[in-house]
Design a binder for this molecule. Structure first.
Ligand SMILES: [Zn+2]
Length: 91
């Protein structure tokens, strides 16, 4: 019983000051993100430019900061957990 379904990661972009609120998938998010903040304290994960591999960090969190298209503030996104039993990020 396997469902072939591409897992799309979705994020909520919510800007409190101006009320901008949108759910975007990962691809769309890339269009207007300003930087990916992944818990900087305690050693941020990084991409090895030689091997092109992302160094896994147990503190990695899917907090991506984007610029609010409406007011220009930096907004932290929330990762939307899909309703599947698949839990790939166990640690
Ligand atoms: Zn805003």
């Amino acid at each position: 019983m396997k469902k072939k379904q591409k897992q799309i990661k979705r994020f909520i972009v919510y800007c409190e000051p101006c009320g901008f609120n949108k759910i975007v998938d990962e691809d769309s998010l890339n269009e207007f993100f300003i930087n990916k903040t992944t818990s900087v304290s305690g050693g941020a994960p990084f991409i090895d430019i030689i091997t092109k591999k992302t160094q896994k960090n147990k503190n990695l969190k899917r907090n991506i900061q984007v610029r609010c298209p409406k007011c220009g503030r930096g907004v932290t996104t929330k990762f939307v957990k899909e309703k599947s039993g698949d839990d790939e990020e166990k640690n």
